[in-house]
Design a protein around this ligand. Sequence first.
Ligand code: ZN
Length: 300
Amino acid sequence: MMGRMTQAATVYGCIEAGGTKFVLGLVASDARILARTRIATAQPAETGAAAIGWLRTAVAEHGRFAAIGIATFGPAEVLHASPRWGFMADTPKPGWSGADIAGPYARAFGVPIGFDTDVNAAAVAERRWGAAQGAENAVYITVGTGIGGGAVINGAPVHGLGHPEMGHVPVARHAEDRFGGVCPFHGDCLEGLASGPAIERRWGKSLSELPRDHPGHGIIAHYLAQLCIMLTGIAAPSRIVIGGGVSQTPGLIDAVRRETRRLSGGYFAGDPMDIIVPPGLGENSGLLGAFALARDAERG
Ligand code: ZN
């Protein structure tokens, strides 16, 4: 029932800003998703206007905003001290380089805005409510159109000279892989070899469409396992959450666990079988990531 009680409720505007779609949600303080929709990503001004329009209508029905969280695709300026905070950085996506992402929402609604990468936000949400609960250090990796990763270290999302870019790291070649890679910057970096487009270009199909005995499964697991070992060696996370479209290929997470265990030679603390996990929040990692950013922005 939508009555006066609900009219007075405090809600959070949540935006998962992706390169192909924006997922918008209205989330209650107890993390219930009250309303959600998705819109196709067009040019920045047009997409922002459509998102603001939906949020305005939704909030009029459900309550008032306490804060808004934006979990965005990258690269983006996430450092609070920067005059370009809330803007996109240089991106190959036409029209989006230097676009003001957060500003239009701040002007439209006049509430605190949280802004971070989609993967940093997902790492925060998975640690707060999902598969990485209780982890002092946790990483969230997405394997889909691209490969990206965010991290929470000692309880806080990682910002440094920008934000982590875990997909663009060099990896050792699988002996049977002769593919040149698709990264426009590096060719055969991890993203160049193991992202969805790399898989489609190399084998003409998505990983889940390939037969179960196709060598592609082992090759992709080999590359993703190397990232897991790098992360383990550098940040000792107690959970590495792997999400994104490619990660939903049946058997892939298990193959990455086994390959990580094999390549690590028993050297590191912890068992990859326990450390490497699918998202506990499922497809809501992104939207609840935006919610986590909104909550943190509200607290200042
Ligand atoms: Zn690259």
